[in-house]
Design a protein around this ligand. Structure first.
Ligand code: SAM
Length: 367
């Protein structure tokens, strides 16, 4: 086994079994952390595997044939994911996002969606349920996902340039197949579809305007994401980041845009509307304009660990509580203690030096 593999396996293993409080309150009620941030969103990684090897996320040099993905027995079952989600919803979660890895690789995902669609927020509303996907299997799956109760789809697409996209996904996957997946999702009734483009300087920044132009007027919303130092394997450097302000400037120079109101407090993307009324784009500036102060997101890893920050170095092993027979009230009490103590603010303190910390991989905790 090589050193690089040991490093990543160690990071996944760096988790604690949470403390269960002696007095467990009745289920329900919202949670706040040390900065008064509510728990509102849960990202669920349903698989740590992906059929792409995006160079900025799961580089082949690390995620190769020797990489030890989680064995099946480590994965939360659909029943376990639903039970956990129910507890998070009891604590005020209203939005969930299924992600990974590539979530559509998880067999029968629509069965899980159907189970999750039955959960209700405290005021009796259905959960807002979304999926992030590379769209490689979306043409086949879109109708079934919609029928099962999925409400929203986000598709990742980093370039419309064939050579650049194939080099970035590093498995020679064609642009046309992603576009077909987007069309299939649209035909199945998903709207608006969000399209995520991670921008890396010198790799795909020349495609920003072309991407905006292609989807302008389509009803889909392209979101340009600053390249982040997630995990420990993507070789991030500050000078690889194209600041969102620069992205906005480039698009505005060709197709005038005007800043738009957020849809809700804590929205990750800053919205910009085309001045001619033909739609909008978003920019996600995790690096240049940290949004930790309004971050209400928790992440549940493929093997049932709770992470309270995308840039976390360790997690809280909720699966251990579940599989050792703890009750819903006990597990909910443990989640409450963890959230109440949450201090995370990684993006506010990021430097080239913090970027070298050993953090858990995004494919494992969910993008
Ligand atoms: N496989 C799915 C997909 O491709 O959308 C879901 C998982 S992927 C980890 C979720 C999102 O994270 C994608 O939009 C991806 O581009 C983004 N992402 C991954 N690594 C990133 C990084 N270093 N910086 C910014 N975004 C990143």
């Amino acid at each position: 086994m090589t050193t690089k593999v040991i490093t990543i396996v160690d990071q996944r293993a760096a988790s604690r079994v949470p403390v269960v409080p002696a007095h467990t309150p009745a289920l329900g009620g919202t949670l706040t952390d040390t900065r008064g941030r509510l728990l509102r969103d849960l990202r669920i990684s349903v698989t740590d595997r992906c059929n792409f090897r995006c160079t900025y996320c799961m580089p082949k040099s690390v995620f190769d044939k020797d990489y030890r993905f989680l064995p099946k027995s480590d994965l939360l079952s659909f029943e376990e994911i639903t039970r956990m989600t129910h507890l998070f919803v009891a604590h005020g979660v209203e939005k969930i996002r299924l992600t990974g890895g590539e979530p559509l690789l998880r067999k029968n995902l629509e069965v899980l969606i159907d189970m999750l669609a039955a959960l209700k927020t405290h005021d009796g509303k259905p959960l807002d349920m979304a999926l992030t996907t590379n769209a490689s299997l979306l043409s086949k799956k879109a109708q079934a996902l919609k029928a099962a109760g999925l409400q929203r789809v986000t598709v990742s697409l980093d370039s419309l340039d064939e050579a650049i996209f194939r080099a970035m996904n590093d498995v020679d996957f064609p642009v046309a197949d992603v576009l077909n997946g987007i069309d299939a999702a649209h035909d199945a009734g998903f709207a608006p579809i969000k399209i995520n483009m991670v921008v890396k300087k010198g790799v795909n920044d020349q495609d920003i305007v072309a991407m905006a132009r292609h989807f302008k007027g389509s009803g889909h919303i392209v979101r340009f994401i600053e390249f982040m130092d997630v995990g420990s394997s993507n070789g991030w450097r500050m000078n690889h980041v194209v600041p969102s302000a620069e992205i906005v400037r480039m698009i505005n120079a060709e197709m005038p845009i005007i800043e738009a109101e957020s849809n809700y407090t804590g929205e990750v993307a800053e919205r910009w509307a085309y001045a001619d009324g033909s739609g909008e784009i978003g920019v996600i500036s995790s690096v240049t304009q940290a949004f930790c102060s309004t971050c209400t997101r928790a992440r549940l890893s493929t093997d049932g660990k709770l992470y309270t920050c995308l840039f976390a170095q360790s997690g809280h092993d909720l699966r251990a509580l579940m599989r050792s027979g703890k009750s819903d009230k006990q597990i909910a009490g443990a989640i409450g203690l963890i959230w109440n103590k949450r201090v995370d603010n990684y993006s506010e303190i990021r430097t080239e030096e913090t970027a070298r910390r050993k953090k858990v991989e995004m494919s494992y905790i969910g993008g």
